[in-house]
Write a protein that binds this ligand. Structure first.
Ligand code: GLU
Length: 481
């Protein structure tokens, strides 16, 4: 049997981390098993639909290179892949359930339902639809519909006994039928609810493995009742563990947790985020953390999915992102870094390539770039004490001497470039019989007035330029008199 997985997002806003993980696992599993990865847009809840959300979904799939085999724009045999275009299909199957006694027409108005809910609430009970309309004879119901009365179609769930299903990750999930509500399958606008559409579509689209968030665990037994009523074989269910913000809170957009695109806006890289997300709830039993796409496909296995919640640790993601930045070739990094360098007006006068070189191994996320370089145009106010250095045996007099020696040396450099500056300072240390650090340290402090900076005396002098370097050295020397 060919494996077929699906990603079935609802276009209700941004792409959240949990959604992206569902897509990724469905993709990885399909690729690993040489199966198909199907995309279906679940746009039947007209109230929650948001403009642009469908575009965000496709843009994300493209950016993350989760290419699908069937879906909108890539029609296979099971389309359409927008649920809103499948109305007739749902209607046909809902009627089939009515024929089988597994569903019924319901004419209760919102007010009636609301009143029932309030009554249950006042008694401290959980509301369940009391099957009021189940008694309505089929013929009478059809006459009422023909006269234009509004209706929904509800599932007729058993009132006693138990139903269960076996989840690949969570094992057997059993619910008491007495806890089941007769959920709406087809709404009064003729569109199906998720509860119905997921069953019909997963079956008609030949989905073998349903991978989705574990919030659907408790409803899945009800879905299996529908499969049974139709006489269909249910798919394998692979419910994925929760993703938490911390030990007690779920990741949630309402609490300001970032979406995929928020992370990109913050300077995270697509590949690093996808790599990190792959490990949120799955591991291959090794300590490996950085995976190429091919390695992920090769290693991915349902047995590596955990049922315990995983914590989205932004610091871990930052670390991983830093590794991706360090390991990428310079030209790729430069292209990514340039817009961030250009954000900082005061960096305009410098050679952007040199700035990028300076920073590549020193940032974790791209958005740190402007702030990490913003020191360059200014010398931070400082005192002569900062030039003293125990390890380099520098006291104030020694530091001043080094500065004067460096200044004199700088003046002799004609071809101002990193190599020349480097060679000149190393030669100077030898000439005057000092440690390299006793030359480099004061030379660097004079250029920025900071204890630490990305890059040392040589790189900074090269970026700042000869005239400015000499001016800063002269100012520093003045501080000692
Ligand atoms: N449309 C559902 C959602 O976005 C998908 C659930 C599923 O994968 O079945 O939550």
């Amino acid at each position: 049997m060919k494996v077929r997985t699906r990603f079935a997002p609802s276009p209700t806003g941004n792409m959240h981390i949990g959604n992206l993980r569902t897509a990724l696992y469905g993709y990885l599993f399909a690729r690993k098993e040489k199966g198909d990865f199907v995309v279906r847009i679940e746009d039947t809840d007209q109230v929650r639909l948001q403009e642009n959300a469908t575009e965000i979904i496709f843009k994300t799939l493209e950016q993350t290179k989760l290419d699908f085999d069937e879906g909108p724009g890539k029609e296979g045999d099971c389309g359409p892949y927008f649920q809103s275009e499948r109305r007739e299909i749902y209607k046909k199957y809902a009627l089939e359930l009515i024929d089988k006694g597994a569903a019924y027409y319901c004419f209760c108005t919102d007010e009636m339902l609301e009143q029932g809910r309030k009554e249950a609430e006042s008694k401290g009970e959980v509301y369940k639809y009391p099957k009021t309309c189940l008694k309505i004879d089929r013929k009478e119901a059809e006459e009422r519909i023909a006269k234009g009365e509004k209706y929904v179609i509800r599932q007729n769930t058993p009132t006693s006994g138990e139903v269960y299903f076996d989840d690949v990750i969570f094992g057997r999930i059993t619910v008491d039928c007495s806890d089941l509500d007769d959920m709406v399958l087809l709404k009064s606008d003729g569109l199906p609810t998720y509860n119905f559409a997921n069953v019909v579509d997963d079956h008609l689209m030949g989905i073998t493995h349903v991978m989705r968030g574990c919030e659907y665990l408790s409803s899945t037994p009800k879905y299996n009742l529908l499969y049974a009523a139709f006489g269909w074989e249910p798919p394998m269910y692979v419910h994925l563990p929760l993703i938490m913000r911390d030990a007690t809170h779920k990741l949630s957009k309402r609490h300001g947790d970032k979406s995929f695109h928020d992370l990109l806006d913050d300077g995270f890289l697509t590949d690093a985020v996808v790599n990190y997300i792959a490990l949120l709830g799955w591991n291959d039993g090794s300590n490996k953390e950085i995976y190429t796409r091919e390695e992920l496909i090769e290693a991915f296995d349902l047995s590596g999915i955990s049922k315990s919640p995983s914590i989205f640790d932004i610091n871990k993601l930052r670390w991983m992102n830093g590794e991706y930045i360090k390991n990428m070739d310079f030209d790729t990094f430069f292209a990514l870094a340039l817009p961030w360098i250009e954000k900082e007006e005061c960096l305009k006068e410098y050679d952007a390539k040199k700035l990028a070189k300076l920073i590549q191994s020193r940032v974790e996320i791209l958005s740190e770039i402007p702030q990490k370089l913003a020191f360059l145009p200014f010398v931070e106010p400082h005192t002569t004490e900062m030039y003293c250095h125990k390890k380099f045996k520098l006291d104030e007099a020694g530091a001043k001497e080094s500065l004067e020696q460096v200044l004199a040396k700088y003046k002799t450099i004609e071809n101002w470039c990193e190599q020349e500056i480097h060679d000149a300072l190393i030669a100077l240390a030898q000439e005057v019989g000092k440690k390299n650090g006793a030359i480099m340290w004061p030379a660097r402090v004079a250029l920025c007035g900071l204890e630490s900076t990305p890059g040392g005396a040589v790189e900074l002098a090269d970026i700042i330029g000869k005239d400015e370097t000499i001016a800063r050295l002269e100012n520093a020397i003045k501080m000692f008199s």
